[in-house]
Design a protein around this ligand. Structure first.
Ligand code: SF4
Length: 249
């Protein structure tokens, strides 16, 4: 998971899609926060995050041959990776609940968890992050979620007409899509790209989608559709730039 402010940092490493999940509020303050980042839907909130990479894979594309994160050294490791297994969608003072849940679930085999006796390197205590690196990344992620609400809301509106959206509402889990072409430039502008840089994003994403699809044994309809959309926009963009140049001549 990355925020809109991180797309520019890692668009050349991961294909970027968007996923929506349902979250239930833990208390009134949390509900107020969820209001600022998502859409109310009955007893829950639907919140969107940008997804860096193909989450169906077990291995992240940024891992090198020694199992070290290539982005870490380059200072562009995603915020979520800096705070995991904490989660910025939940309140800072409830992170112990998330932490325990993660330990029993996805992070069952993680050796990074310490026992209650191991006090050194504690990063969260009594409802607060005691480590500034974690606190800063946590706050930055929350700000990003708030800043991206306008575009995630627009993407969610486009999803609502699809049958898969009704399935998502009835069930659990995630609904994933690619950034629709009608909102792509809006997302890029909000993500800090200048118009002259749009083609860099389109080319890199097209290359990464093709590579991902070619190397996969199972189908990935979201990336396949994303690639088609990118090819379509690349054509229109090239034509637009060509027309502009001719107009200048
Ligand atoms: S920390 Fe791990 S999951 Fe995150 S970008 Fe690096 S290799 Fe990928």
């Amino acid at each position: 998971m990355i925020t809109i402010d991180e797309i520019k940092k890692c668009y050349d490493v991961f294909p970027v899609t968007i996923g929506f999940r349902k979250y239930f509020s833990m208390n009134p303050e949390h509900r107020d926060f969820l209001e600022t980042i998502g859409e109310n839907s009955g007893d829950c909130y639907i919140v969107g995050d940008f997804i860096a990479g193909n989450w169906r894979r077990k291995r992240c594309a940024a891992l090198d041959s020694r199992n070290l994160c290539k982005l870490h050294k380059q200072g562009r490791k995603p915020l979520q990776c800096r705070i995991v297994p904490f989660c910025a969608v939940y309140p800072e003072d409830k992170q112990d609940v998330i932490f325990v849940e993660q330990k029993q679930g996805k992070f069952k085999k993680c050796k990074g968890y310490k026992t209650a006796e191991e006090k050194k390197y504690t990063v969260w205590e009594n409802g607060r992050f005691t480590d500034s690196t974690h606190r800063d990344a946590f706050c930055e992620y929350q700000k990003g979620l708030q800043r991206q609400k306008r575009v995630t809301q627009g993407i969610l509106e486009e999803l609502k007409g699809q049958p898969s959206y009704q399935e998502f509402l009835r069930g659990e889990g995630i609904i994933e899509t690619y950034i629709p072409l009608s909102l792509l430039f809006d997302v890029l502008e909000a993500g800090g790209f200048s118009f002259d840089e749009y083609h860099l994003f389109i080319n890199a994403q097209g290359r990464l989608c093709s590579k991902e699809l070619a190397s996969q044994k199972t189908e990935n309809p979201v990336l396949a559709d994303y690639l088609k959309a990118l090819n379509q926009i690349a054509e229109s963009y090239t034509k637009f730039v060509k027309d502009q140049r001719q107009a200048v001549k």
